[in-house]
Design a protein around this ligand. Structure first.
Ligand code: MSP
Length: 464
C-alpha cells in the first residue's frame, strides 16, 4: 500500500493579491509534494486562505465591502496565481468553509471541557497587522516591532487558553522530537523563549464579530490564530482524508514560527489530537535589498514574477538562489541571469544539442556509463532534508558533465550512436529529477526524448 504524505502551506490573508513571498512558500510546498509523488507516496497538499479576523475586517471596511464579499473577491486571485504557477494542490481551504467552522467549534469544546479555557480580562497590546499580542517590552517606541505602526491597547473580556500549563510538554516535545522545528537555528530561538515561560493566551474577542463563535459563549468569537491553525486538521476530517493526519510537514515562513511551534502543538495536546511531524520555517525575501512593502512599491506580484522569465524560471530561481531556510534578496536581474546562464545556456543547450544529434544519427542501446556521474542517493538525501539549492547544484553539475561529454567526444563528428543513447537516457533522468522544480519544461523534455522519432524541437528557454 502506498504511504501517505500530507503537506500544507500557511493559509494566506486574502487582503490583497499574492506576491513573491506567498508564491515562495507555495512553490516550495509544491516542489516537496511533487518529489514525494515521484517517490510513490500518496500526497495530500493543502493551501488556502485565512478569511477571519480584524485585519481582514478593516481591509474590507476600507473599501466599504462586507468581509465575506471582500474575501470572496480575493480568493480567486490566489487560486489563479497558484494555477498559473503550476501548483498542484489538492484542496483550497477557507476558514469560512462550513466544515472548518464545525471542527473549530468541536475542538474549542474539547479544550473547554478539559478545563483548559477560562474567562478573564485581557489588557495589553495588540497589532492587527500581525494579529498578535505584544507585551510592553516587545514594542519599539510604542509601535509594533514588525509593522512599526502604532499599536492598539486592548481591554476586553476574553477567554484564555492555559498555554502556560503546556510549557513542560512543549520543551519535552522539542527535545524528544529533535526535528519538530526545522531548521535547527530557528528551533533554538523558540526553545529559549519557551524556557523563559509562557503566558496564557487570550483566544476570544468581543469587540467585533468577523470570526467563529465560541460554542460555549456566543458573545465571543475565536481569536483568528486559534481558528486558522486548525485548518490543517479540519481539512483531514473529510471522508477519505482522515488517514493523512498527522501532517508530515507544515511549510511556513519564519515570521509565523511562534504560532506554529508553540500555540499549535499546545492546542493539539490539550484537545488530545496527534501532533504534526515537522514545522519547517523558511527565510524571508527582500526585494532589491528592502523589505517587501506595497506602500513603498517594493513588491512583486505573481503576474509580474511570471512575466520576467516565465513560470519555470521563477520557480527555479526562488529555490536555487538561496538555501531553503535562509533569507534571500529578490531582483529581476538575478532571476534573468539564472534563466540565461543556467536554464538556457546549460539545460536548454544540452537538450537541443542532444536531440538535434539524435535526430540526425539515431541511438544504439548500450550499458550506460555516463549516468554513473549522477549521484542519485545524494540527491535523494538532499531533497528529503529540503536542501533544494544543493539538489539543483547536483543536477546541474550533471548537466555540465553531459555537455562536456558531447564536446569532448565530438559526437557531431563521430556520430557515436551509443554515446547518444547514454545522453538520451541522461536527459530523461534530468527531466525526472527537475520535474518538481520546472514541471512544464521537464514534461517537454520527457516527451521529446521518449518519442519514437526524437526531434530537435523548439527552444526550451529563450535567452533574455
Ligand atoms: N494568515 C497567516 C497564516 C496562518 S497559517 C495557519 C499569515 N498569512 S500571510 O498572508 O501574512 O502569509 C504569511 C506567509 O507568507 C509567511 O509565513 C510566508 O510563508 C509568506 N511570506 C510573506 N511575505 C514573505 C516574504 N517577504 N518572504 C518570504 N515569505 C513571505 O501569516
Amino acid at each position: 500500500m502506498a504511504k501517505n504524505f500530507y503537506i500544507t502551506t500557511p493559509i494566506y490573508y486574502p487582503n490583497d493579491v499574492p506576491h513573491v513571498g506567498h508564491a515562495y512558500t507555495t512553490i516550495a510546498a509544491d516542489v516537496i509534494s511533487r518529489w514525494n509523488k515521484i517517490k510513490g507516496y500518496k500526497v495530500f497538499f493543502l493551501t488556502g486562505t485565512d478569511d477571519h479576523g480584524k485585519k481582514i475586517l478593516q481591509a474590507a471596511e476600507k473599501v466599504k465591502k462586507t468581509p465575506k464579499k471582500f474575501t470572496d473577491e480575493l480568493v480567486p486571485k490566489f487560486k489563479d496565481a497558484w494555477e498559473k504557477l503550476n501548483v498542484e494542490y489538492d484542496r483550497f481551504i477557507r476558514t469560512t468553509d462550513k466544515d472548518h467552522e464545525r471542527i473549530v467549534k468541536e475542538v474549542l469544546k474539547k479544550v473547554y471541557d478539559k478545563g483548559d479555557i477560562y474567562k478573564g480580562e485581557y489588557e495589553g497590546y495588540y497589532c492587527t497587522g500581525c494579529e498578535a499580542y505584544y507585551t510592553e517590552k516587545d514594542l519599539i517606541d510604542n509601535c509594533c516591532p514588525i509593522h512599526k505602526t502604532k499599536i492598539e491597547k486592548l481591554k476586553e473580556e476574553s477567554y484564555f487558553f492555559k498555554l502556560s500549563k503546556y510549557q513542560k510538554d512543549l520543551l519535552k516535545l522539542y527535545t524528544e522530537n529533535s526535528e519538530f522545528i526545522s531548521p535547527n537555528k530557528r528551533k533554538r530561538e523558540v526553545v529559549n523563549r519557551v524556557k523563559e515561560g509562557l503566558k496564557d493566551l487570550s483566544i476570544s474577542r468581543t469587540s467585533f464579530d468577523w470570526g467563529i463563535k465560541l460554542p460555549f459563549d456566543d458573545k465571543h468569537i475565536a481569536y483568528v490564530w486559534f481558528d486558522a491553525l486548525l485548518n490543517y486538521y479540519s481539512a483531514t476530517r473529510e471522508k477519505g482524508k482522515e488517514k493523512f493526519w498527522p501532517a508530515d510537514v507544515h511549510i511556513i515562513g519564519k515570521d509565523i514560527l511562534w504560532f506554529h511551534a508553540v500555540y499549535w502543538p499546545a492546542m493539539l495536546l490539550s484537545a488530545g489530537i496527534k501532533l504534526p511531524k515537522k514545522i519547517f520555517a523558511h527565510g524571508w525575501w527582500t526585494f532589491d535589498k528592502e523589505k517587501i512593502s506595497k506602500s513603498r512599491g517594493k513588491v512583486i506580484n505573481v503576474d509580474k514574477l511570471i512575466s520576467i522569465a516565465g513560470v519555470d524560471s521563477a520557480r527555479y530561481f526562488l529555490l536555487r538562489a538561496t538555501p531553503f531556510g535562509d533569507d534571500g534578496d529578490f531582483s529581476e536581474q538575478a532571476l534573468i541571469d539564472r534563466h540565461n546562464n543556467e536554464l538556457a545556456n546549460k539545460l536548454g543547450n544540452l537538450v537541443s544539442r542532444v536531440a538535434g544529434l539524435i535526430e540526425k544519427f539515431g541511438v544504439e542501446k548500450c550499458s550506460n556509463k555516463l549516468i554513473k556521474n549522477l549521484n542519485e542517493k545524494k540527491i535523494e538525501k538532499l531533497f528529503d532534508s529540503y536542501k533544494f539549492d544543493k539538489v539543483l547544484n547536483e543536477i546541474f553539475g550533471f548537466v555540465d558533465v553531459c555537455n562536456e561529454y558531447v564536446q569532448k567526444n565530438e559526437i557531431w563528428k563521430t556520430n557515436d550512436k551509443k554515446k547518444l543513447f547514454e545522453l538520451k537516457e541522461a536527459n530523461l533522468k534530468i527531466a525526472e529529477l527537475l520535474w518538481p522544480f520546472i514541471p512544464e519544461s521537464a514534461d517537454k523534455i520527457k516527451k521529446q526524448f521518449s518519442a519514437k522519432k526524437i526531434k530537435k524541437g523548439e527552444i526550451l528557454f529563450k535567452k533574455i
